[in-house]
Design a protein around this ligand. Structure first.
Ligand SMILES: Cc1cc2nc3c(=O)[nH]c(=O)nc-3n(C[C@H](O)[C@H](O)[C@H](O)COP(=O)(O)O)c2cc1C
Length: 198
């Protein structure tokens, strides 16, 4: 069976929620989808003091897990318009896989969250996708057939470069129904591509 991995990092839960929707979309396309997260690198006492969401149920991934999937969709919140150190540290440990060409030809895509509407969604998606491109993966964006990304009647994430949400400066905004639809669409779309390639 075609297998897809949703690999994410989330400090406060928005990207975690998006990851679950991406996996739902992939499963709706009839493939197996696992959700894993990259290791937290912030010391636990600091994470607690800053109210990180520490009850995330997804198992922690190791770099060797990646080779077992036909498709990998990665998600992380923006940090100054680019991917967070936690996600970068994970990919920085995949040199051995790169040397073997272990991920060449697998399908990849990305999703993200920012505090503000123009806080760097597209640059963050590019910085996430860059890791997959260097591994020789076949990259998918979020096609405009997901028409929800064209909406102007509400504040909403969603971009041709990947699925997105907007968390607000204090993290108080929940992932919207339209953004969840975009995440599901991305999962389903990438699953369909992976099935065809497999
Ligand atoms: C160090 C740091 C840098 C950040 N940089 C940005 C930024 O450049 N643009 C922005 O809109 N939000 C920025 N944020 C806000 C986070 O992206 C926001 O908390 C995140 O999207 C929420 O997702 P999560 O709940 O999955 O952690 C930053 C947060 C931190 C801690």
């Amino acid at each position: 069976m075609t297998k897809l991995l949703v690999l994410y990092y989330s400090t406060y839960g928005h990207v975690e929620t998006m990851a679950q929707a991406v996996a739902e979309g992939a499963r709706a396309a009839g493939i197996e989808a696992d959700i894993k997260r990259v290791p937290e690198t912030v010391p636990e006492e600091i994470a607690k003091a800053h109210h990180f969401k520490l009850d995330q149920a997804a198992p922690v991934a190791t770099p060797d897990d990646l080779a077992h999937y036909d498709a990998i969709i990665i998600g992380a919140p923006t940090r100054f318009g680019r991917l967070p150190a936690q996600m970068a540290a994970f990919w920085d440990q995949t040199g051995g896989l790169w040397l073997k060409g272990a991920l060449i030809g697998k399908v990849g895509a990305a999703f993200t969250s920012t505090a503000s509407q123009h806080g760097g969604q597209e640059t963050t998606l590019y910085s996430l996708l860059s890791n997959l491109i260097h591994h020789g993966m076949v990259i998918s964006g979020l096609p405009y057939s997901f028409q929800g990304q064209l909406t102007l009647d509400q504040v909403s994430g969603g971009a041709p470069y990947g699925a997105t949400t907007i968390a607000a400066g204090d993290g108080s905004r929940a992932v919207s129904a339209n953004e969840l639809d975009g995440a599901r669409f991305l999962g389903q779309h990438v699953a369909g591509l992976a099935k065809k390639l497999a």
